[in-house]
Design a protein around this ligand. Structure first.
Ligand code: S3P
Length: 441
C-alpha cells in the first residue's frame, strides 16, 4: 500500500438520506472462499466482498490448488464458483503465501493446512508481520501440528503439516473468532470431537457455515465443536452486507443533523451488531429490522435517524467481542456525546492492524478530545457540540477502520480533514467515500 496516499476529505454537502447497501461481509466472505477451497466439489458463492483482504484469501487458495472463478458483478460484489481440493488435500505451493494485510487469511490457513502433508511458509505485509500468531499455533501444536520456527510469535512462519492430528478440547485465553476458527478447521480432519471454549462469545460465522458444508458441528454460548474426520462438501453461500462497514454509515447518520438512513441487506448476527446496542444506549435513534436468514445468517436493515443529545455510556467487557472492529468509530461518536464513555477490556485492540487503542487516543487528541487508556480500558470524555478543527491531519497507520473513522470526523464534522494512507479502505470497503458522498446529496 502506498505511503504517499494522503487524502483530503471534504465535508459532506448534506445529511445522509435514503437507502444504502454496503459490500459483502468480510468475515463471511473469507470463510466462504476458504471453506469452499477445503470442500469436495464446486461451491457457488454470491455477494462476496471484492476487497484486498478477500483477494488475499482467493490468491492463497489458488496457490494451494483450488480453482477460483469469482467475477465482479454490476453491484461491485464477486460471484461465481470455487472448486475445492476436497479429499486430495491442498497442493504444495511453489513459494511462500503472502497473506497481505489479512489476519483472517493467515490464521485460518494455519488451521486448514496443519492437517495435510504440506510445508507452507505464510507471510504478510509489514502490519501482519507484527501480529501475534502464537495464540493460533499453540492450540494447533496441542493437536500435533508443527510450525517452524517452533513457538515463533510473528510471521513468517512455516506450517509443517502432518496427518493424524488429535482432537482436543481447548480453553481459549481470549475471545477470538480467528483462533476459534483455526482450531475448528484443524478439528475437521482430526478423529473425534474438537471443542473450543471462549471467555466471551466471539463472532460465530464459522459455526453457522460449517454445517452448510456438511461438517458435523455443534455450538452454544461460548463453545463450539466439530467432529471429524470429515471432508467438507461443496455448498452455496450468499454473503449478506457487512455490519462493520454499515457501522460507518450508521454512525455518520447519528452524528449528522437531519440524517435519515436505512442500510439494507446487512448481516444482523447478534455477535456483530453490538455497535447498534451501544448507539441505542448512547441515545441514538437506531432500529433493527430483521428480514430473514441467508443460510443461518440473520439479515435485515438498520434504520437510523439523527437525534439530539447523545450521552456517554459504559460498555462492559463481555460485549466487546460483538463490536470489536467498531470501537474506533464508536469512540468518535463518544467524542461528540455528553459525559464519559468507557469501553472495558479492549486490550485486543492493541494487536489489530495497528495499535488501535493508541491510534484512537492520538486521533481524538487532534480533535481536542480527551481520551485515555487505563489498564485495558479506553475512556473518552465527550464534548457535545464538538467543533472539529479544520484541516486536522490524521494518520490511518495503514489501518482501514482508522482511515474511515478519521475521514468520518471531517465528513460529519463539516470541515475538511486529511487522512494519511487513506487508501487502506481498500482492505474492507473500497467505495466508502463515494457511497458516503452519494447518500449526502
Ligand atoms: C475476524 C475476527 C476478529 C476481527 C477481525 C475478523 C474474523 O478478530 O477483529 O476483523 O473474521 O474471524 P479476532 O478473532 O482476532 O478477535
Amino acid at each position: 500500500m502506498s505511503n504517499e496516499a494522503k487524502a483530503c476529505i471534504p465535508p459532506l454537502a448534506a445529511p445522509l438520506r435514503g437507502v444504502a447497501r454496503v459490500p459483502g461481509d468480510k468475515s463471511i466472505s473469507h470463510r466462504a472462499v476458504l471453506f469452499s477451497a477445503m470442500a469436495e466439489g464446486t461451491s457457488r458463492l454470491s455477494g462476496v466482498l471484492d476487497s484486498e483482504d478477500v483477494r488475499s484469501s482467493m490468491r492463497a487458495v489458488r496457490a494451494l490448488g483450488a480453482e477460483v472463478d469469482l467475477r465482479p458483478q454490476p453491484d461491485g460484489s464477486l460471484a461465481g464458483t470455487v472448486c475445492g481440493w476436497g479429499a486430495r488435500g491442498p497442493a504444495q505451493p511453489d513459494g511462500p503465501i503472502d497473506c497481505g494485510n489479512s489476519g483472517t487469511t493467515a490464521r485460518l490457513l494455519m488451521g486448514m493446512l496443519a492437517p495435510w502433508d504440506v510445508r507452507v511458509e505464510l507471510t504478510g505485509d509489514a502490519s501482519l508481520r507484527t501480529r501475534p500468531m502464537r495464540r493460533i499455533t499453540a492450540p494447533l501444536m496441542k493437536m500435533g501440528a508443527r510450525f517452524e520456527p517452533a513457538g515463533r510469535e510473528t510471521l513468517p512462519i512455516t506450517v509443517c503439516g502432518s496427518r493424524g492430528l488429535r482432537a482436543v478440547s481447548y480453553d481459549a485465553p481470549m475471545a477470538s473468532a480467528q483462533l476459534k476458527t483455526a482450531v475448528l478447521l484443524a478439528g475437521v480432519y482430526a478423529r473425534g470431537t474438537t471443542t473450543l471454549v471462549e471467555p466471551s462469545p466471539s463472532r460465530n460465522h464459522t459455526e453457522l457455515m460449517l454445517p452448510e458444508f456438511g461438517v458435523p458441528t455443534t455450538a452454544a454460548n461460548r463453545t463450539a465443536s466439530v467432529t471429524g474426520p470429515c471432508v467438507p462438501r461443496a455448498a452455496e453461500v450468499a454473503v449478506p452486507g457487512d455490519p462493520s462497514s454499515a457501522a460507518f454509515l450508521v454512525c455518520a447518520a447519528a452524528l449528522l443533523r437531519g440524517s435519515d438512513l436505512v442500510v439494507e441487506d446487512v448481516s444482523l448476527n447478534t455477535a456483530r451488531i453490538g455497535f447498534v446496542r451501544t448507539l441505542e444506549r448512547m441515545g441514538a435513534d437506531v432500529e433493527l429490522r430483521h428480514e430473514g436468514a441467508e443460510g443461518k445468517e440473520p439479515y435485515g436493515s438498520i434504520a437510523v435517524r439523527f437525534a439530539e443529545g447523545l450521552r456517554g455510556c459504559e460498555v462492559l467487557a463481555d460485549k466487546i467481542a460483538s463490536m470489536v472492529d467498531e470501537i474506533p468509530v464508536l469512540a468518535l461518536v463518544a467524542a461528540h456525546a455528553r459525559g464519559v464513555t468507557v469501553f472495558r477490556e479492549v486490550g485486543e485492540l492493541r494487536v489489530k492492524e495497528t495499535d488501535r487503542l493508541a491510534a484512537v487516543v492520538e486521533g481524538l487528541a487532534l480533535l481536542g478530545v480527551d481520551a485515555w487508556e487505563d489498564g485495558n480500558d479506553l475512556y473518552v470524555e465527550g464534548q457535545p457540540g464538538l467543533a472539529v478543527p479544520p484541516n486536522a491531519a490524521f494518520d490511518s497507520h495503514c489501518d482501514h477502520r482508522l482511515a474511515m473513522t478519521w475521514a468520518l470526523a471531517g465528513l460529519a464534522g463539516g470541515v475538511p480533514v486529511t487522512v494519511e494512507n487513506f487508501d487502506s479502505v481498500k482492505i474492507s470497503y473500497p467505495r466508502f467515500l463515494s457511497d458516503m458522498q452519494r447518500l449526502a446529496q
